[in-house]
Design a protein around this ligand. Structure first.
Ligand code: GCO
Length: 468
């Protein structure tokens, strides 16, 4: 169960979730700063004002990454920390922070992978229409150029936008995420179209300003489907379910209602240069306005597909060309987020995505939230996360062994952090954070990940601990 010698073993985080210094260092306000200040929007009104104080503690955090033996670290740059209003004036202090972070990572032999947008829209841009403003993709491209100009002499791995489905579905649909809007499906799809345009123009700006050859990918998410059995019928049914775009259903939870939580509507434009027929049919009453040439802008050459895969739906063929979605067996493991633990999703997700899009797969996020409590010795023996990590990596190793081009794996997350509307109630980290003292404690999972990395995955061979 080894991976290619060039495989990137990493972990990830995002700026708003760990940096803190929300009002320091010349940073402008983001929609998340304002959202968290609105009563009732986040768990116990918690905010990312301080978070893990990574802005001031990044050297110690990089030292922990080095101790774990990370070869790569995926982090995001905060747009309002670079351009406080989202355009125009550049905040040199913000650029200096990422400059120092990159140098600290390189000194530790850790390859920086940068995500340009992980949900921190500058507040001023929101006031000017946010993702509904047709010019926002140009603003994003200007921002991308500024970051590439400063960092691409050292950073060669880039991700444009994280999870367009969440930006639109939760930020503009259910209102669960900043900026908390509850818009029509048409408006959601229009905002989403502008996000895709931003991905395209951002990719062009990165390539135009790169100081050396770089690799670029997107990191959409989608609900991966896995077959109940490995019969050809169930495998085909799960493939269909992975890329289905279904019409709006009033019975689904708000953010799912419009089928917005799918893969193909978002990945096909990026990787194939077209919206999928099933989506054009499902959304025919709600389609976004599109200009000629939009798809050519969106469909930029990309070097990898970044997939955020945490869990998946279990699919059984109905024997008539359709499928049914099954619940997991009673008592199956759940994370504190309420997500099923279904380790083979990294195999099936990688397989289906690779077959459809033909791009190397980077698992840009995979991880689990569990209740981590220091024991009497101050240690955190997070057995559920150790098992989750090993079993999911076995799934990815199976994909690699079958010839799927697996480029890298970023565990989510390097450290416990601010989980958006869930505040600090969810712990995803390999490293425990005491938010009152900012003490960091390496969990058992970090130590086991260290050993797996050192073996390039060979340690994964052995008896499965999770029977699904
Ligand atoms: C996401 C985001 C992360 C989350 C993580 C756990 O995928 O939702 O990229 O910021 O914190 O996924 O929910």
């Amino acid at each position: 169960m080894e991976f290619p010698k060039t495989f990137a073993w990493g972990a990830g985080a995002s700026s708003y979730q760990i940096e803190g210094a929300a009002f320091d260092g010349g940073k402008g306000l983001s929609i998340w700063d304002k959202f968290c200040q609105s009563p009732g929007k986040t768990y116990h009104g918690q905010r990312g004002d301080v978070a893990c104080d990574h802005y001031n503690r990044f050297e110690g955090d990089v030292a922990l990454m080095k101790e774990i033996g990370l070869q790569a670290y995926r982090f995001s740059v905060s747009w309002p920390r670079i351009m406080p209003k989202g355009y125009g004036k550049v905040n040199e202090e913000g650029l200096d922070f990422y400059d120092r972070l990159v140098d600290s990572l390189l000194a530790a032999n850790i390859d920086p992978w940068i995500t340009l947008y992980h949900w921190e829209l500058p507040w001023q841009l929101h006031l000017e229409g946010g993702w509904l403003n047709p010019s926002i993709s140009d603003r994003f491209a200007e921002y991308a150029a500024v970051v590439a100009n400063r960092l691409s002499d050292r950073v060669t791995r880039w991700i444009t936008i994280n999870e367009v489905q969440v930006i639109v579905g939760l930020g503009y649909g259910s209102g669960l995420h900043a900026p908390g809007l509850k818009l029509s499906l048409h408006e959601m799809l229009q905002a989403g179209h502008h996000v895709l345009l931003a991905h395209g123009k951002g990719t062009q700006a990165l390539r135009a300003n790169a100081k050396q050859p770089i690799l670029i990918g997107g990191a959409p998410v989608g609900v991966v489907a896995r077959p109940l059995t490995e019969s050809p019928e169930d495998i085909e049914a799960a493939r269909m379910a992975t890329f289905d775009v279904t019409p709006p259903k009033s019975t689904e939870p708000a953010e799912m209602q419009n089928g917005i939580w799918n893969s193909a509507w978002w990945m096909d434009p990026m990787f194939k240069g077209e919206y999928p027929e099933s989506g054009l049919d499902a959304y025919r009453e709600h389609l976004p306005e599109m200009a000629d040439g939009d798809m050519d802008i969106i469909h930029q050459p990309l070097d990898f597909l970044g997939a955020n895969i945490y869990h998946g739906r279990t699919i059984k063929s109905d024997g008539e060309g359709g499928y049914s979605v099954l619940n997991m067996p009673d008592g199956s493991p759940l994370t504190t987020m309420g997500w099923d633990v279904v380790p083979d999703v990294l195999y099936w997700g990688s397989k289906y995505l690779y077959e459809r899009y033909g791009k190397p797969i980077v698992v840009t996020e995979n991880g689990t939230a569990v209740t981590d409590i220091p024991d009497e010795n101050g240690e955190i023996i997070d057995s559920a996360r150790c098992s989750y990590l090993k079993e999911h990596l076995k799934g990815f190793a199976r994909a690699s062994s079958e010839g799927i081009d697996c480029l890298g794996y970023f565990h989510w997350s390097i450290m416990d952090n601010f989980e958006w509307d869930r505040g600090f109630s969810q712990r995803f980290g390999l490293v425990y954070v005491n938010y009152q003292t900012q003490e960091r404690i390496m969990k058992q999972s970090a130590k086991e990940y260290r050993d797996i990395i050192a073996s390039n995955g060979a340690l994964l061979s052995g008896k499965s601990s999770v029977q699904v």
